[in-house]
Design a protein around this ligand. Structure first.
Ligand code: PLP
Length: 442
């Protein structure tokens, strides 16, 4: 029994679950139909419940624990900052906050001049859209149908998936289709064709909506919750070109795909383009303390030298979050954690998942990069008909029974372990996926 577990051993899983179900109102759920998993502690890629059962965490919780659970340097930095000063208003200067912004800007590149800190990813996108609207004097924001941008006023209206529909109270939001070679909206038969046609479609949407009315195009460089859809070559550079041509601000939502997830510091970086604004959260400090923010280009920041930026948050640049960002980025650098994510994707996880698809007819598509992969399950490989919900929930239980925490969304398993995952843990995860899929064979 490990040390963290012994602190909780007075409780059983069912006591903790009963306490939760009586008092906690859960996200995105009908409250009467919940069966949460009790999690008491974790370390690296492993979490455990209150009775000592261990799970290999191939979900990274909500795809945020990039550095793994309980990284000692990040925990220590939070403790030290808590001893020194646990909170401070955003108006004041604080060393940890300044260092956190400096570290993030170093990773983003020279064209960026400032970081506006928020409490999470949704309000990062909220403020990015606000910045774009303020500095263009335009209203509309274009986003893709296959996207998730967060659960606040404009961020949920910008979201493409079903979660937008009961929440559409903000104005000025227009949606378009991004590229998705496996389920093309454009009848394309190659990634190159998909890229060209998706760009033609976007150009037509811009023309139809009136370029002079569009403040921003916001997209996830690799859409995450929507299915881990790596864009075909040329697409992101093409979007950049359209934005530049029409004076539209380009916002890269790197909340899920940033800070190591794709095996790069920022997912847009290998695509030879630079967004005007980059939003981040999750992986920046692996969610040890809630935080997010917007990386702002020098050009956009310049607009607010003598004009007031009309936005702020009590916890903007919270010192515990800032200290954890500094420690997380430093540890990711000194321990080559982003390089590890890259290599794991190229040498172990990618090839292993492709090998799994050769064994299991139900896997219709394998796609991803780094430690950001999706298995798309189909009932018929030829028609690509999505696997039915009953199969997916049985698969989720089979994985859990065997000690694997996966991220099951619609007809997909998102295979998204922490960036520190080892080849041995990858083999273990792949073996469990194989066993679970074998158990469900008709
Ligand atoms: N943007 C993207 C791409 C996300 O994946 C998420 C959350 O999953 C958000 C924004 C919202 O972040 P948060 O839940 O921290 O508000």
């Amino acid at each position: 029994m490990n040390e963290a577990m012994s602190r909780h051993d007075a409780y059983t899983n069912s006591e903790v679950i009963a306490l939760d179900l009586q008092h906690v109102f859960h996200s995105w759920s009908a409250q009467g139909n919940l069966a949460p998993l009790a999690i008491a502690g974790g370390r690296g890629c492993v979490v455990w419940d209150y009775e000592g059962k261990e799970y290999l965490d191939f979900s990274s919780q909500l795809v945020n624990v990039n550095i793994g659970h309980q990284h000692p340097k990040v925990i220590e930095a939070i403790k030290q900052q808590a001893d020194q000063l646990a909170t401070v208003a955003p108006t004041h200067a604080n060393l940890a906050r300044g260092q956190a912004a400096q570290r993030i800007l170093r990773k983003a590149g020279d064209m960026y001049g400032g970081v506006f800190f928020t409490s999470g990813g949704a309000d990062a996108n909220e403020n990015a859209m606000r910045l774009a609207r303020l500095c263009t004097g335009r209203d509309k924001v274009l986003t893709t149908y296959r996207s998730y941008h967060g659960n606040t006023g404009s961020a949920i209206a910008a979201t493409g998936d079903w979660r937008r529909l009961p929440n559409e109270y903000a104005r000025g939001h227009v949606h378009f289709f991004g590229p998705f070679p496996y389920r093309s909206e454009f009848w394309s038969d190659s990634p190159a064709q998909e890229s060209t046609r998706a760009l033609q479609h976007l150009e037509r949407v811009i023309q139809g909506e009136g370029p002079s009315r569009i403040a921003a195009i916001m997209l996830e460089p690799v859409p995450g919750t929507a299915g881990i859809i790596v864009p075909p070559p040329g697409y992101l550079a093409g979007v950049r070109e359209l934005c530049t041509r029409h004076g539209i601000v380009l916002i890269a939502d790197e909340v899920m795909c940033g800070f190591g997830r794709t095996g790069e510091w920022f997912a847009h970086q290998p695509h030879h383009m630079t967004p005007d604004l980059i939003t981040f959260a999750k992986g920046v400090n692996s969610g040890y303390v809630p935080v997010g923010g917007v990386v702002i280009s020098r050009e956009i920041a310049q607009n607010f030298q003598s004009t007031v930026f009309p936005g702020g948050l009590t916890y903007s640049g919270h010192p515990l979050a800032a200290a954890s960002i500094v420690a997380a980025i430093d540890a990711m650098e000194s321990e080559s954690i982003v390089e590890n994510a890259h290599q794991i994707g190229a040498d172990y996880l990618g090839p292993g998942l492709h090998a799994l698809a050769r064994q299991h007819e139900v896997i219709g598509d394998v796609r991803g990069a780094g430690v950001f992969w999706a298995l798309e399950l189909v009932s018929d490989r030829r028609t690509r008909a999505p696997m039915e919900a009953g199969f997916m929930s049985r698969l989720k239980s089979e994985l859990l029974q065997r000690g694997l925490l996966g991220f099951v969304v619609e007809n997909r398993v998102h295979v998204v372990p922490p960036c520190v995952v080892t080849p041995t843990e990858v083999q273990q995860g792949l073996r469990i996926l194989d066993e679970a899929l074998t158990a469900l064979r008709p």
